[in-house]
Design a protein around this ligand. Structure first.
Ligand code: PLP
Ligand code: ZN
Length: 407
C-alpha cells in the first residue's frame, strides 16, 4: 500500500522528501508527515483495523515506518473506561477515561517513541538523544534498548525517581541537568551537532507525533467511529493534542468520520500555564513561563514549540484552556483512585480537576460525552503522592517492599 508522500511544514507548508532524517523546516516550523490518503482510503477500512494487532500498529497504513522496521513493546489499544462513580459525583453522566498509564513504561510517551525509534531503525540511525521531563526519557530508553540503539538522555535533576531508575535500568546514557527541559534541550542540540545524535526533541522531528496521533484513532474506534463531545488533554509540549487533531482530519479524509470535532480542552497547571495565558489573550504564540514549577512533571514545559498548533486546535474546536493548582490535582487524583480504581499520573489527575471546574462554570453540560486522557500511571509519581500519605517512622529497611533483610 502507498504510504508517506512527503513531509510538510506546519507553518509555511514547504514540502520536504520523506525517508530522510528530518528536523525543523528552514523557517523554524515543525514538519508533519503527509500520506496519500486517497489511495489508503481505497485499500483500507475500519473492518481491517479490527483484524490488526492489538496495539497502535493496527493503524500501520497511516504510520510512517515499514513493517520490517517496527519496534514494538505492545503500546496502544489502552482501555477506554466508563467513569460512572466519578461522573455521578461531578454531574457528568457520559464520562470516560482513556487510561494511557497501561502503556509500556507507564505512559502515553511509549506511542511516540515506538514510532520514532522504528523510524530511526528504518533510517539507519544508531544514536538518539532527547531532553525530557521524565516519561519520554523512560520510553526512549526502553525502545532504544529493544532496538539496540544508543539513547542519550537529558532530564532535570529533580525528575521523578521512577524515570531516572528506568532510564538507568534500560542502559541509557543519562545526564541530570540543573534546570528545566528547556535547558536540557540546549544540551541535546549542542551534543547533536558534536556527536551526531539524532535529536528527537518534541516536534523537532516529525515521527513522535505520528505515534501519539493513534490516541485519536483509538478513541474513535472504541466509540464506534463517533468522536466524543469533549476531550481533556494535559498539555505540556501539546504533542498528543496536535497529533489527535491531525488524526481527526486524516480520518475524515479516509471517510471514517464526519466534520464534527470534540471541544479540545488543554489542561495546564497554575505553576506553568503558557498556553492558558496565550488562549486568554487571544494570541497564537505563547510567552516563556518564568520559574515553572509543579508536581505534574510532564506539564513543566515553559514554552511549547508547537504552541500555535495547540492553540489552533483549541480555538477551531470551540474548546478552552484551563489551569488547576497542584493541590487541586492531587486531590482529584486521589478521588479518581477512590471512585474508579484508576491511579492516575498528576497530569491525568489535573484533567479531573479541570472537569470539575468546567462543569461548575457551565462550559460543559452533564450529558455531553467527555473523554479524559490519563497520560500516565500514578505509580511513576510516588514522591508527589507521598506528600498526601506520609508514613510515620519509615526507615530505609521498610522501603524495600517486604524483603527480609538483616537489620
Ligand atoms: C504523564 C504526562 N502527561 C502529559 C505530558 C505532556 O505531554 P505533551 O507533550 O503531549 O503535551 C507529559 C510529558 O512529559 C507526561 O509525561
Ligand atoms: Zn516552514
Amino acid at each position: 500500500m502507498p504510504k508517506v508522500t512527503h513531509l510538510e511544514c506546519s507553518l509555511c507548508q514547504r514540502q520536504y522528501p520523506s525517508g530522510e532524517v528530518a528536523h525543523l523546516c528552514s523557517c523554524g516550523g515543525p514538519l508533519l508527515v503527509r500520506y496519500d490518503l486517497e489511495a489508503i482510503r481505497k485499500a483500507w477500512s475500519p473492518a481491517q483495523v479490527r483484524e490488526g494487532p492489538n496495539n497502535m500498529w493496527r493503524y500501520a497504513p497511516v504510520l510512517p515506518a515499514a513493517e520490517e522496521s517496527i519496534v514494538t513493546l505492545g503500546e496502544g489499544m489502552t482501555p477506554l473506561i466508563r467513569a460512572r462513580r466519578l461522573g455521578a459525583r461531578l454531574g457528568a453522566s457520559n464520562l470516560w477515561i482513556k487510561d494511557e498509564g497501561l502503556n509500556p513504561t507507564g505512559s502515553f510517551k511509549a506511542r511516540g517513541l515506538s514510532c520514532a525509534v522504528s523510524m530511526a531503525v528504518e533510517l539507519g540511525v544508531r544514536k538518539m538523544a532527547i531532553p525530557s521531563a521524565g516519561n519520554a526519557a523512560s520510553a526512549l530508553a526502553a525502545y532504544a534498548a529493544a532496538a539496540g540503539i544508543e539513547a542519550h538522555i537529558f532530564m532535570p535533576r529533580d525528575v521523578p525517581q521512577a524515570n531516572y531508575i528506568e532510564c538507568k535500568a534500560f542502559g541509557a546514557f543519562v545526564t541530570l541537568v540543573d534546570g528545566l527541559i528547556s535547558d536540557c534541550a540546549k544540551l541535546v542540540a549542542a551534543g547533536a551537532a558534536a556527536e551526531g545524535w539524532y535529536d528527537i526533541s518534541t516536534l523537532k522531528e516529525p515521527y513522535r507525533i505520528e505515534g501519539k496521533k493513534t490516541m485519536g484513532y483509538e478513541v474513535a474506534e472504541q466509540l464506534d467511529w463517533q468522536l466524543p463531545d469533549a476531550i481533556f488533554y494535559p498539555t505540556g509540549g501539546g504533542v498528543g493534542m496536535i497529533g489527535m487533531w491531525k488524526a481527526f482530519d486524516e480520518m475524515q479524509s479516509l471517510g471514517w468520520i464526519g466534520g464534527q470535532r470534540p471541544k479540545m480542552i488543554a489542561v495546564q497547571v497554575e505553576g506553568c500555564q503558557p498556553v492558558v495565558r496565550a488562549f486568554e489573550r487571544g494570541e497564537r504564540r505563547s510567552q516563556f513561563w518564568e520559574n515553572a514549577s509543579t508536581v505534574a512533571a510532564g506539564l513543566r514545559v515553559p514554552k511549547p514549540l508547537g504552541d500555535f498548533l495547540i492553540l489552533d486546535a483549541v480555538q477551531a474546536s470551540g474548546g478552552t484552556a484551563i489551569a488547576v493548582s497542584d493541590g487541586e490535582l492531587l486531590d482529584a487524583g486521589i478521588q479518581l483512585a477512590r471512585e474508579e480504581g484508576i491511579f492516575a499520573a498528576p497530569e491525568g489527575a489535573a484533567c479531573v480537576a479541570a472537569l470539575e471546574k468546567l462543569l461548575a462554570s457551565g462550559f460543559l453540560k452533564p450529558a455531553e460525552r467527555m473523554v479524559i486522557y490519563n497520560t500516565g500511571a500514578g505509580l511513576k509519581y510516588l514522591e508527589a503522592y507521598a506528600t498526601r500519605f506520609p508514613r510515620a517512622n519509615s526507615g530505609e529497611q521498610d522501603k524495600l517492599g517486604g524483603l527480609i533483610t538483616p537489620r
